[in-house]
Design a protein. Structure first.
Length: 500
């Protein structure tokens, strides 16, 4: 067999599942061609790791830690994180750490920023110095710009004109004065406003940064008060930003893109709550991640349940980065914890696939809820940096609670072994047929000789990559290069992916 196996096909949505045709025969008999029965899409809830990172240095004390980005490069974890001082916003930083295993972290002495007179620390910059709210590696860039960061910045406008001398303190003073002076809210917004723009920074190594001269995107009055993310979409060949957005005071996710990192086009909504969601839900942030090793796209958005004031993490999937769907309307990372329920969860890029067969996604879990506080008051320092963990390819599965069957649309057979990633209950099983692709107008779907239901083995247990055998052999050389469909029969089992 070849060392390189065909890529696995994960079950993330209904596309790829043959939906059936109905036919009326001349004698009046009506039948359906290989209809799917007894199956559903089912997300796989994440396991939560122990805390993998916590503040332990002097400059991290009395701070809320935020995960900006985790990259996994050359067998090494690289973490960019925010240190936001609870009692002194001016002492907030972006810091950098590295790890071999994702749990034991080294804080290299970067020598870039003085803290209490010493540069022997891992501080990259003051929070406002560079635009490092999220960071990504750009495979299409020249070496000096391999790493890119983005972050929104507000600019103050007075009577429609940029006021470069305005700061937050003066802005609030003027708002209070107009409020006390009886100025109507609409007029206040016209006379004094904050306009948001996305700014970019570039780096050769992720450590030494320089800012781009101009904003890469101006979004006007739209608030960007959450974790806004940048990425390079390899398939589209474009730079992408996934940003906070609003419609009718509801939070949602927008996508902006451009062929040039320095100039992104106006963003458009791409993921929002719909009438199938609870009426009080908002999407708080996106946590966009490329699917490991595939031309697929994922989001792990935080869903804000306003009445309960909790925030959990769900899953959205896309084949092109524009059109998104959700396999289930339930958390893939829930609020459960060993010491009681959490209040809010926020995931950050990226989803990391390890050779060990484990997938990891970083998130911050907070004990407090999203209850509003008095202006100027901070939430308690209770955030915990943990990994959400799954076994390889096991984000979503095709599940049969009882007995079910589906046919997968045609694929060109590589002639290698067919492998399944599945889990069956103790009394459950999976059976597989290789069949001729369904046709239009409908005809009976026949199995290839030697690869029918009676020829195949019964698969049981829990396997990440189980070769399928027919008549005692897994050899598919006879079907190499042919268009082949797969008919699956499941009983109390969940199938996560297959390769053919």
């Amino acid at each position: 067999m070849s060392e390189k196996r065909p890529a696995a096909i994960p079950f993330l949505d209904w596309y790829g599942i043959w939906p059936s045709h109905r036919k009326i025969e001349r004698d009046g008999v009506v039948w359906s061609q290989d209809p799917p029965r007894g199956v559903r899409l089912s997300i796989e809830p994440a396991e939560k790791s122990e805390i993998f990172f916590a503040g332990e240095r002097e400059w991290e004390e009395r701070s809320n830690l935020n995960i900006n980005t985790v990259l996994f490069e050359n067998g090494r974890y690289r973490l960019w994180y925010g240190v936001n001082k609870v009692d002194d916003a001016a002492q907030s930083f972006v810091c950098y750490a590295e790890s071999e295993d994702g749990f034991a972290w080294q804080r290299p002495e970067l020598g870039l920023v003085a803290y209490k007179g010493s540069t022997r620390n891992n501080i990259l910059c003051a929070r406002e110095e560079f635009h490092l709210g999220s960071i990504f590696a750009d495979p299409a860039a020249p070496p000096e710009e391999r790493y890119k960061g983005i972050m929104p910045r507000g600019q103050y406008y007075r009577d429609g004109k940029l006021d470069p001398d305005m700061d937050k303190k003066r802005f609030k003073e003027l708002l209070v004065a107009m409020d006390l002076g009886g100025v109507a809210a609409e007029e206040r917004r016209r006379k004094l406003e904050i306009r948001q723009a996305v700014h970019g920074s570039v780096s050769a190594d992720g450590i030494h940064w320089r800012n781009l001269d101009e904003p890469i995107l101006d979004v006007g009055n739209t608030a960007l008060d959450t974790h806004n993310l940048g990425a390079f979409d390899r398939e589209a060949g474009k730079y992408v930003a996934y940003l906070r957005g609003h419609i009718e005071r509801r939070r949602l996710v927008r996508r902006a893109e451009g062929s040039d990192f320095r100039r992104l086009e106006d963003p458009r909504p791409c993921l929002m709550c719909d009438p199938q969601d609870p009426i009080d839900d908002d999407i708080y942030n996106s946590c966009y991640c490329p699917y490991p090793g595939r031309s697929l796209h994922l989001m792990f958005p935080s869903f804000y349940h306003r009445i309960e004031s909790t925030v959990d993490i769900q899953l959205a999937v896309s084949r092109d980065g524009y059109l998104w769907s959700r396999p289930e309307r339930k958390p893939i990372i829930d609020l459960s914890g060993e010491e009681g329920a959490y209040g809010t969860l926020y995931a950050s890029p990226n989803l990391i696939g390890l050779d060990s067969g484990e997938w990891r996604l970083p998130f911050v879990a907070n004990r407090h809820r999203h209850d509003f506080r008095e202006r100027g008051e901070s939430y308690p320092q209770d955030g915990e940096c943990r990994w959400a963990r799954w076994r390889e390819e096991r984000l979503v599965g095709l599940e049969a609670p009882g007995e079910g069957s589906v046919t997968i649309v045609q694929r060109r057979c590589a002639g290698e072994e067919m492998r399944l990633n599945f889990r069956a209950e103790p009394d459950g099983w999976v059976k597989v047929e290789l069949v001729h692709p369904p046709e239009t107008p409908p005809r009976e779907v026949e199995a290839f000789a030697g690869f029918g239901l009676e020829d195949g083995e019964v698969l049981t247990g829990d396997e990440l990559s189980r070769p399928v055998h027919w008549r005692g052999s897994s050899d598919l050389a006879a079907l190499k290069g042919k268009e082949v469909s797969v008919r699956l029969h499941l009983y109390r089992a969940k199938l996560f992916s297959l390769s053919l």
